[in-house]
Design a protein around this ligand. Structure first.
Ligand code: G3I
Length: 378
């Protein structure tokens, strides 16, 4: 927990300095007024984070970068640390975007998250197979996992504070997902990944991260994973509840039950990929798996130019419900991260149906804070 403590001390120092600045003013002098921000508001209850893209980190989107630095105290990379991006060939790493990401977080004194070390999706094509495309042996896969995890974590040791070590290893019914990792190593691939991560950086926080965690069967799967990691003799710090929400669910009650069940493990909890889609979600789809792709139809893209006030109102009410619960459980929730800075930058415009206009984040397409967002700045 070194990292939280360090940053909390930092926050106290900032608050003290601000107080001194105000007290030092003579009665008739104009008092220094600080602009409200997320980091000064809800960011005092838990880290308030955002998923950032490469344009924001490499300077192409300088407006976005400035907004991130001003509003948030934690960041996670939306894509650039996934194995197909950072480790595209067995003997080649591409550090360009990941280095820019970590430099940005370091420069702005943020709680920096690494996402994600072991994931079946966006997986580098070489990772689990040999030259002929056959699965590698368990021994070879373990060697590759260890090298992948160790190389990346060592490069950013002391600068990336927490890692999504394993991402989305469960199906919604709580069973293990039949990924290449599971096929070759069985359930051991999960605790093994945590062991490698802990050895690479013993001070880093280590998380298991998954979507649809409001489903009780999936929570039981997560509990099983936490137990298996502990029995393996290696630590796990927290569980990430991705929280890709829509207007139909999950309910606030389901979210609260999930928080209670998952925190019974003794792990801290994080809302890691929050967004709330304002447009219709195809009934036959669920979760956040990008393998699902719905057919475009206008009924799934009802507000291509602007969100009607009545829908914006419903969206805000749902947002308030979720954030009220997060705040009520701030003893166990250590971070809430929004998946995407603005509505324009959100993956939701293209998932689960491509080519739509969604309104799922805290800032609109002109980088303006929404009415609800302003309430989080208090
Ligand atoms: O990089 C290519 C680019 O070269 C190409 O021109 C372009 C054309 O489509 O595609 C680019 O890749 C896209 C990539 O995002 C970067 O923009 C992929 O097609 C697209 O599939 C990919 O989507 C990302 C998705 O994960 C898959 O990795 C989303 O941006 C990202 O928001 C989403 O994030 C995941 C979390 O990591 C895990 N949890 C679920 C969440 C949503 O799926």
């Amino acid at each position: 927990m070194r990292n939280y403590k360090t940053l909390n001390v930092g926050r106290s120092v900032i608050a003290l300095t601000m107080a001194c600045v105000l007290m030092a003013c003579a009665p008739n002098e104009k008092k220094q007024v600080t602009e409200p921000t997320l980091r000064a508001g809800i960011g005092q209850d838990f880290f308030i984070g955002v998923a950032v893209n490469s344009d924001q980190m490499n300077g192409t989107d300088s407006v976005g970068a400035a907004l991130i630095a001003k509003q948030f105290n934690s960041i996670v990379p939306e894509n650039c640390m996934k194995s197909e991006s950072i480790h595209p060939e067995e003997n080649r790493y591409d550090w360009t975007d990941a280095d820019a990401y970590v430099d940005f977080g370091t420069k702005h004194h943020m709680f920096v998250i690494g996402h994600c070390l072991i994931w079946h999706s966006q997986l580098a094509s070489w990772f689990c197979v040999d030259d002929k495309g056959n699965n590698v042996s368990p021994k070879v896969l373990k060697q590759r996992m260890k090298k992948h995890i160790t190389t990346i974590m060592t490069r950013y040791k002391g600068r990336v504070n927490g890692w999504d070590v394993v991402n989305e290893a469960l199906l919604d019914n709580g069973a293990y997902r039949p990924s290449k990792f599971y096929e070759i190593l069985g359930a051991e691939f999960i605790p093994y990944a945590f062991k490698c991560a802990h050895e690479a950086d013993p001070d880093a926080e280590l998380y298991y991260n998954d979507y649809s965690m409001h489903i009780p069967a999936k929570q039981q799967g997560a509990l099983r994973i936490v137990k298996s990691i502990k029995e393996y003799g290696t630590p796990i710090t927290g569980i990430g509840m991705q929280s890709h929400c829509n207007m139909d669910g999950p309910s606030v009650t389901e979210v609260e039950e999930a928080i209670k069940t998952l925190s019974s493990t003794g792990c801290s909890l994080m809302v890691t990929e929050f967004d709330l889609s304002a447009i219709p979600f195809p009934k036959d789809m669920s979760g956040a798996g990008i393998e699902q792709a719905g057919q475009y139809s206008e009924i799934y893209n009802p507000y291509p130019t602007a969100l009607p006030d009545s829908v914006a109102q419903q969206w805000e009410t749902r947002m308030k419900g979720y954030f009220d619960v997060y705040r009520q459980h701030k003893d166990v929730i250590k971070r809430v991260t929004v998946w995407g800075l603005t509505d324009g930058a959100s993956w939701r415009n293209d998932w689960p149906v491509a080519g739509r206009t969604d309104y799922a984040t805290l800032f609109d397409r002109t980088y303006k804070a929404k009415t609800f967002t302003q309430t989080l700045m208090k």
